[in-house]
Design a protein around this ligand. Sequence first.
Ligand SMILES: NC(=O)C1=CN([C@@H]2O[C@H](COP(=O)(O)OP(=O)(O)OC[C@H]3O[C@@H](n4cnc5c(N)ncnc54)[C@H](OP(=O)(O)O)[C@@H]3O)[C@@H](O)[C@H]2O)[C@@H](O)CC1
Ligand SMILES: Nc1ncnc2c1ncn2[C@@H]1O[C@H](COP(=O)(O)OP(=O)(O)O)[C@@H](O)[C@H]1O
Ligand SMILES: [K+]
Length: 468
Amino acid sequence: MIVPGDPILTAAQMRAAEGRLIAAGSSVGELMERAGAGIAEWVHRLAAGSDVLILCGPGNNGGDGYVAARLLAGRGMAVRVAALAEPRTDAAAQARARWNGPVEPFSDAIAAGSAVFVDAVFGTGLSRPLDPTVARKIEALAPSARLAIAVDVPSFLNSDTGENLGSDAVTPFDVTLALGALKPAHVLHPGASRCGAVRVVDIGLDRADIPASVARTSTPSIAKPQPSTHKYSRGMVAVVGGPMHGASELAALSAYRAGAGYVLLLTGGLPHPPHAIVRQRWSADALADERIGAVVVGPGLGRDDRAREKLDVALATAHPLVIDGDALHLLDPGRLHARQAPTVLTPHAGEFAALFGEEEGSKIVRAQAAARRSNAVLVFKGADTVIASPDGRANVLPAATPWLSVAGTGDVLAGAIGAMLAQANHAPFEAASAGTWLHATAANMLNRCFLADELADALPYALERAHG
Ligand SMILES: NC(=O)C1=CN([C@@H]2O[C@H](COP(=O)(O)OP(=O)(O)OC[C@H]3O[C@@H](n4cnc5c(N)ncnc54)[C@H](OP(=O)(O)O)[C@@H]3O)[C@@H](O)[C@H]2O)[C@@H](O)CC1
Ligand SMILES: Nc1ncnc2c1ncn2[C@@H]1O[C@H](COP(=O)(O)OP(=O)(O)O)[C@@H](O)[C@H]1O
Ligand SMILES: [K+]
């Protein structure tokens, strides 16, 4: 259902991958040549004849910058190089030695409005906050240039976490050229919003040789109904309602819109459109129906004793479960180990902290740890959404429109994941990844101010894209 997406590697994993290439006969210098060639290719294409200023740091990121400078000058472009410090690695020193032009002092580097600025100061080796003068220089150069291009990662970002180690007042780069593979900083905020368009430059890493446990969510492949399909085989979703009717209505609507064949809403109230939603009063027995493929509990549930009782009943069933919203405030995640059926938790940052405390590490690492601790698939929501499985796999959703920041979109997500989970053969990690992809894709297709109801209505168009 999910084709593995582009892998996302930490600095340590990149170094390990580099080590494997070197063990197989490559040298650091050769890898740097490939990186520099890839950068030069992109800069040449994007600069369209403008002059180029490359700012080089002391490590191999700077080394990549010197290689690119040499190759661009060789193609007849006007290239200036400025250096923060002398090279400190052999490969970078060799790259600098092969650059025949002058090297300006860092403090003198100025990018005229017509120039392209290439930031090769720090990459995966950034180990501490930037000196403010260095941060200010990069901050000043990036917006003043016609085009700002970062080598591997913008130099003020912690590549493993996306954390900003410079100043917050930095304009985004236009393009970031990720070397060999994506890094967490390209997909996690605030880093992701500073990278601009991210392109991966091939440096010879074989996909089979790099860990694929963390990847960017790719387009899922969701089967269309076939002549043999019936409503239950498309998936029956039960949504447990509570006092905030709108929230559970939204989850029920979006389960249908994401392709479920039968949606049962366990709530009080009179029938009203859409009439396709089957409404029944809540009873524990209603969840005993073996045809139910997934239960969604939490949207509009409330947090009182009655809500707790409903959650307990849902937890005790053998159905796959999506636990969202209010139910996350009532849940002891330790209880999930006793469940045989899969559980998906969909916390935003506040709910995550309440459930799991303030863990250390990147959002990916925290989601992975929480998934392991709770034996559940975690959908850790936000402007960047991480989906993590107890087995260690994680997907990070490509950027979704900030127009999603409106009440009710979380309820729509819970319903969409419920629909994916209810379909036969959909494993929970894949279902959660597909549901979040549908949700973000529908939002990106709208890409304007919308209501959560309209987002639910847009899900079929996202679903169509996932049919291939
Ligand atoms: N892996 C691969 O497969 C390939 C990797 N390649 C490239 O290598 C890059 C990684 O290179 P890298 O490890 O040399 O680290 P890099 O980012 O250049 O910086 C380290 C230097 O900066 C220094 N320093 C750190 N923080 C600092 C601060 N705040 N303020 C001041 N100084 C600071 C640090 O000093 P130290 O911490 O030791 O004091 C050290 O001297 C990677 O991003 C990619 O571009 C490609 O060439 C080919 C294949
Ligand atoms: N700035 C943003 N950019 C992208 N997606 C966002 C942003 N803010 C919120 N979202 C997404 O919108 C949804 C909001 O869910 P949630 O916080 O549970 O809201 P609610 O409870 O009001 O429905 C999540 O899927 C989240 O990832
Ligand atoms: K950089």
